[in-house]
Design a protein around this ligand. Structure first.
Ligand code: NAD
Length: 291
């Protein structure tokens, strides 16, 4: 296939490279002038999109996505599928779908889970929204870049699933960090707490797979001085998107709101650039009533 790839950052570059390694011809564009081995560099987003069978965007936010889509849909080849893998607000995702549909293109919002490691290893999970025809057209590319793709529903459903999942993740990580910080002050050995919780009703991904306590549980960013991984500011971004969505549809998400506030204060207070599980040392140094 002829594929255009727009946004060759931490995630986009390895994803584009995997498509190229699988034998597709990939033309890439990034405003920062990034070049990627195996990917032909072109001079604009419009050029990356023009005449391609599939166009993938992997961009920082909804405002940028909308402006890029305004530019690229005009160049779209009839029947081409436009796949947006960025994490953006549901409204912007729907606006991108509308722009694509108006010009007779297939479109999918397909944010990912799995981070930079998943992008490099081709093991991402895609959460997709759009028509069945669009999902089917995108599926062979999901198979290359990832290990699982779930068709969640119509336009915007992928973004909705992503922010719901990450709201759970942000809340659960804070809960796990609080429990370890409390355990410390109760003089409970962290390994013993892990042994109990990971096989009890408190078990969850944040304990069992991504334990925030260094030296405990499977290898995680905690064992690498909390280098991300999944950076705290990206968790904050997703939590704020969950709150934007909750406000738009009048949904009660009190813990989502609190998790957003806690990650905001963590990011402001030295957490930027650290893994989101570094919430544990952040909380462990505080006292009761200061959280
Ligand atoms: P990034 O900042 O490394 O990459 C974004 C790239 O887009 C940058 O290289 C930037 O120069 C480029 N860009 C910005 N405006 C552009 C434009 N108008 N035209 C072309 N290129 C443009 O970010 P990332 O970590 O690769 O994340 C990309 C998206 O994936 C984000 O929406 C993020 O929330 C989401 N995401 C990231 C992770 C992660 O672990 N990094 C995990 C899941 C989802």
């Amino acid at each position: 296939m002829e594929i255009g790839f727009i946004g060759l950052g931490n995630m986009g570059a390895p994803m584009a490279q995997n498509l190229s390694k699988a034998g597709h011809r990939v033309a890439g564009f990034d405003v920062a002038g990034v070049t990627v081995e195996g990917v032909e560099t072109v001079g604009s987003a419009g050029e990356a999109a023009g005449g391609r069978d599939a166009v993938i965007t992997m961009l920082p936010n909804g405002a940028i996505l909308r402006s890029v889509f305004e530019e690229i849909v005009r160049n779209g080849k009839k029947g081409a599928v436009f796949i947006d893998c960025s994490t953006v607000d549901v409204e912007s995702a729907r606006a991108a779908h509308e722009l694509a549909e108006k010009t007779g293109l297939l479109s999918v919002d397909a944010p990912v889970s799995g981070g930079i490691g998943g992008a490099a290893g081709g093991t991402l999970t895609f959460m997709a929204g759009g028509s069945q025809e669009s999902f089917d057209a995108a599926s062979p590319l999901f198979d290359i870049m990832g290990q699982k793709a779930v068709h969640c529903g119509g336009p915007g459903a992928g973004q909705a699933a992503k922010i719901c999942n990450n709201m759970i993740l942000g809340i659960s990580m804070i809960g796990v960090c609080e429990a370890f910080a409390l355990g410390d002050k109760l003089e409970l050995d962290r390994q013993k707490l892990f042994d109990v919780v990971s096989t009890s009703s408190g078990s969850c991904w944040s304990v069992n797979t991504y334990c925030p306590a260094p030296g405990v549980g499977p290898s995680s960013p905690a064992d690498n001085e909390y280098k991300p991984g999944f950076a705290a500011e990206l968790m904050l971004k997703d939590l704020l998107l969950s709150q934007q969505a909750a406000g738009a549809v009048d949904a009660a998400t009190p813990l989502g709101a609190l998790a957003s506030a806690l990650y905001q204060s963590f990011v402001n207070d030295g957490g930027k650039g650290r893994d989101f599980s570094a919430m544990l040392p952040h909380l462990a140094e505080k006292g009761h009533g200061s959280g």
